[in-house]
Design a protein around this ligand. Structure first.
Ligand SMILES: Nc1ncnc2c1ncn2[C@@H]1O[C@H](COP(=O)(O)OP(=O)(O)O)[C@@H](O)[C@H]1O
Ligand SMILES: [Mg+2]
Length: 232
C-alpha cells in the first residue's frame, strides 16, 4: 500500500525573479523580486489587475523567456544555465500552453494544428496524426478533426488549442486567461476540462480574471505591480 503521506516535489521555482522590459529609454519592471514554488500536481490560479505581470510570469515558468535577474528552476534545473535549444526541448516535452487568443494556424485543420507540436518533436506523420486524433476525441472534438479554425465556434477552437497543448502529454499546463474570449457556459466547459487534467495528475497554472475559476483551483496567488501580494 502507498503511504498516506503524499511526497511533495517542487516542479517549478522562482527565486527573487525580476523582469525588466526596455523600450528605447523606457524601462518597465514587469516582475519585481517574485519568488514562488509550484509543487507537482498543484492547481494554482493567478489573479491581478491588467499589467500586474501575470503573462510575464507565465512566460518565465513556461521557459519562453528568461529573467533579467533572479533564478528559475524547472524540475530542479536552472533555466539560465541551459542553451536556447535545451530550453526549447524541455519546453516542448514538459509544458503545454493555452492562450486567451487561441493561436491556431488558420490554414490547418484541427488535426494538423494538434499534430504540430509533435511534428516539431520529429514524430513521424502517421504516429502524430494518430496521437492528435486520439487527443481530439478525448476532448470531445472527434467530429471536428478535419475542420479549420474558421469553421469552429470559439469554445471548439479553445478545445482544439487545449488538445494541441496536450498532444505532447506535458506534465505542466499553463493557461493565460483561457476563458477570456468565451461566453460563460463555454468557459465553464473549458474550466471543467482543466479540472480533469489536474485530476489526472497534471500541474496546472491558470491566469484568470474570473473569481469563480480562481476558486476552483486549490491554491491562489494574487499579483500587483510585479509582486505577490497574497497567497491562499
Ligand atoms: N514585450 C514587452 N515589452 C515591453 N513591455 C512589456 C512587454 N510585455 C509586457 N510588458 C509590460 O510589462 C507589464 C506587465 O505586463 P503583463 O505581464 O502582460 O501583465 P498582465 O498579463 O498581468 O496584464 C505591463 O506594464 C506591460 O506593459
Ligand atoms: Mg496578460
Amino acid at each position: 500500500m502507498k503511504s498516506a503521506k503524499k511526497k511533495e516535489k517542487v516542479v517549478l521555482e522562482l527565486n527573487d525573479v525580476w523582469k525588466t522590459y526596455t523600450m528605447g529609454e523606457v524601462r518597465v519592471d514587469a516582475l519585481r523580486g517574485l519568488s514562488m514554488k509550484v509543487m507537482e500536481r498543484d492547481y494554482l490560479s493567478v489573479m491581478g489587475p491588467s499589467g500586474s505581470g501575470k503573462s510575464t510570469l507565465l512566460h518565465m515558468v513556461g521557459l519562453l523567456d528568461v529573467p533579467t535577474k533572479g533564478k528559475v528552476f524547472i524540475d530542479g534545473e536552472q533555466v539560465k544555465t541551459m542553451s536556447d535549444d535545451e530550453r526549447a526541448v524541455i519546453r516542448s516535452h514538459k509544458i503545454g500552453f493555452v492562450f486567451q487568443v487561441f493561436n491556431l494556424v488558420p490554414s490547418l485543420t484541427a488535426l494538423e494544428n494538434v499534430a504540430l507540436p509533435l511534428m516539431i518533436q520529429g514524430v513521424p506523420r502517421a504516429e502524430r496524426e494518430k496521437k492528435a486524433e486520439a487527443v481530439l476525441v478525448r476532448i470531445g472534438m472527434g467530429a471536428r478533426v478535419h475542420h479549420k479554425p474558421a469553421e469552429l465556434s470559439g469554445g471548439e477552437r479553445q478545445r482544439v488549442a487545449i488538445a494541441r497543448a496536450l498532444a505532447t502529454d506535458p506534465a505542466i499546463i499553463l493557461a493565460d486567461e483561457p476563458t477570456g474570449n468565451l461566453d460563460s457556459k463555454t468557459g465553464q466547459e473549458i474550466i471543467d476540462l482543466l479540472d480533469e487534467l489536474n485530476d489526472e495528475g497534471r500541474t496546472i497554472i491558470v491566469v484568470t480574471h474570473d473569481k469563480e475559476i480562481a476558486a476552483r483551483a486549490e491554491k491562489r496567488m494574487r499579483l500587483k505591480d510585479g509582486q505577490v501580494i497574497s497567497k491562499s
